[in-house]
Design a protein around this ligand. Structure first.
Ligand SMILES: Cc1cc2nc3c(=O)[nH]c(=O)nc-3n(C[C@H](O)[C@H](O)[C@H](O)COP(=O)(O)OP(=O)(O)OC[C@H]3O[C@@H](n4cnc5c(N)ncnc54)[C@H](O)[C@@H]3O)c2cc1C
Length: 309
């Protein structure tokens, strides 16, 4: 049985801490409740938004004029070399459980905020490991037709920060992770190093949504060579970090209202405390325009914009 609330402020449910109210709001902690919420919205012809950990979204100042379905965290469970998690399970609890069960594969994902469903949808990853490397299968529900389906890893069509779930509007309900036997102490050490490296790169509790833009494919060979020469890193699949392009345009520290390009990591847009969604959107547009006009590269945001239409 689901219970609906009205006019719930969304800012506290996001890592940006920005955004107006949801007209209707419901918390779900099982696949059954998730289905019920979507059925209710379909019956009433109400627009839905599925909210996970809120770590990859920007909610508009006017909020969302529909039903926000918020996934609540439940612990993962173990079956031999597999871990099974509801979409609302925090990714960190799965990564921690893998370590505690001496299961290898997820250790580099340590420290990524958010929930399992959002991570699978966006093929979240870090330090060379993405969800595509650890997901065995995914149970999902179609957001419009409510059809249920189990996807094999191949059928998930994972690629850089996307998947079939994102492209075709499927809702992730449950995920089976297939891992390998490993050494608990070694895994714990790797996880500590990963978290330390993340903290050195950026304050992980800053009010932001992580990397704001997707790293774009850059066709201009000279620009790619310049990046490689300057950083001693190589471009994979012609991709250049969005942060390097933003920095090249001199935008590090650029501020609009309460929104600012991070000084530490120019692909992070930070809420300095009192930012409105409008400030972030103005800064986002300015960055895109500068990078397009100055370097001929079109940036696309990784962060999902909610309630802007
Ligand atoms: C400080 C910081 C560091 C970060 N570092 C990384 C990083 O290293 N690597 C990385 O990849 N990302 C990183 N991120 C971004 C973010 O943590 C990931 O994208 C995360 O997986 C998003 O999950 P979420 O539950 O917070 O999704 P939300 O922000 O709640 O939602 C994001 C999108 O996914 C949809 N969604 C949510 N749940 C489901 C579901 N069950 N089924 C279908 N769609 C769903 C939402 O509707 C929305 O469109 C970082 C963010 C922050 C704030």
């Amino acid at each position: 049985m689901i219970s609906l609330q009205e006019n719930v402020l969304l800012a506290p449910y996001t890592t940006f801490k920005i955004g107006g109210p949801a007209r209707r709001f419901v918390r779900v902690s099982t696949a059954q409740q998730l289905q019920e919420a979507f059925e209710w919205a379909k019956m009433k012809d109400v627009q839905t938004f599925l909210l996970g950990g809120g770590s990859n979204i920007l909610v508009s100042d006017k909020g969302f004029d529909g039903l926000v379905i918020h996934l609540e965290s439940t612990p993962p469970r173990r079956e031999e070399f597999s871990l099974i998690a509801f979409a609302g399970t925090t990714l960190s609890s799965v990564v921690d459980m893998a370590r505690d069960c001496s299961l290898e594969g997820m250790q580099n994902l340590s420290g990524i905020p958010g929930l399992v469903g959002g991570a699978v949808r966006g093929n979240a990853g870090a330090f060379g490991v993405e969800m595509k490397d650890v997901v065995f299968s995914v149970q999902a529900l179609h957001g419009k037709t409510l059809e249920e389906k189990i996807f094999s890893n191949k059928e998930c069509h994972f690629s850089y920060r996307t998947s079939v779930f994102k492209e075709e509007g499927w809702i992730v309900t449950e995920v089976l992770f297939k891992l390998r036997p490993g050494d608990k102490e070694k895994l714990a050490k790797i996880m500590e190093d990963v978290v330390a490296q993340r903290n050195a790169k950026h304050n992980q509790s800053a009010l932001c949504a992580g990397s704001f833009f997707i790293n774009p494919v850059v066709e201009n060979e000279e620009l790619r060579k310049e990046f490689e020469k300057e950083t001693n890193a190589s471009c994979r699949e012609k991709k250049v970090p969005a942060g390097w392009l933003i920095d090249k345009m001199g935008l590090r520290g650029k501020k609009m209202g309460g929104a600012m390009v991070s000084e530490m990591h120019p692909n992070y847009i930070i809420n300095t405390g009192d930012a409105r969604a409008e400030d972030v959107v103005m800064l986002m547009s300015y960055i895109k325009q500068q990078v397009r006009d100055g370097l001929g590269v079109q940036l696309t945001q990784e962060v999902q914009l909610v309630g802007f239409d």
